[in-house]
Design a protein. Structure first.
Length: 170
């Protein structure tokens, strides 16, 4: 996350981390991350040693106990969720990763790009969309409206699938 933080900054997205460790432990494992990954966390971190936030949002099972104290590598479960929260303070995306799988922040950036694009324009992004790919005019946009917005026309393999080049300004 720290390495690609400038990509989030460029999109106007703020990063915050949640750790089930007490804040006093953050400096130690931040140093470990810097030594092993080449960069230390460079965003705010919330300490949640009583697991209340993690449990409230379903990041850890209720049976996880009431504190992070005394947990070892053998029985420790870290918070592996990614939440994207919109400007309206509503959760827009939740990704939950198993302990054995690293998180894919390129995918998180792709989703943020899609959400920012589709919030500004009346389009949807298709499966595996990447910035610059074609998009789909929303079904809620009538053909008459679409002709005003997209006077160059569109491809329509089905009447409900109207494909246009991605709008440039977003």
């Amino acid at each position: 996350m720290a390495r690609i933080k400038p990509e989030f900054d460029k999109r106007g997205v703020k990063i915050i981390g949640l750790s089930v460790d007490p804040i006093t432990q953050h400096a130690k494992w931040s140093k470990d991350i810097e030594e092993t990954q080449g960069v230390a966390p460079n965003f705010p971190m919330i300490g949640d040693p009583d697991l209340s936030v993690a449990k409230l949002y379903g990041m850890l099972p209720a049976s996880s106990g009431s504190t992070s104290d005394g947990r070892t590598a053998a029985d420790n479960q870290t918070v592996r969720n990614v939440f994207v929260i919109g400007p309206d303070k509503k959760i827009k995306l939740i990704l939950v990763y198993p302990m054995s799988t690293g998180r894919n922040f390129d995918e998180v950036l792709r989703v943020i790009d899609s959400m920012q694009l589709t919030a500004k324009h009346r389009v949807a992004t298709p499966v595996n969309w990447k910035d610059g790919d074609d998009v789909i005019i929303l079904g809620s946009v009538s053909d008459d409206e679409a002709k005003q917005i997209y006077p160059q026309g569109w491809k329509a393999p089905r009447p409900y699938i109207r494909i246009v080049p991605q709008p440039k300004s977003w």
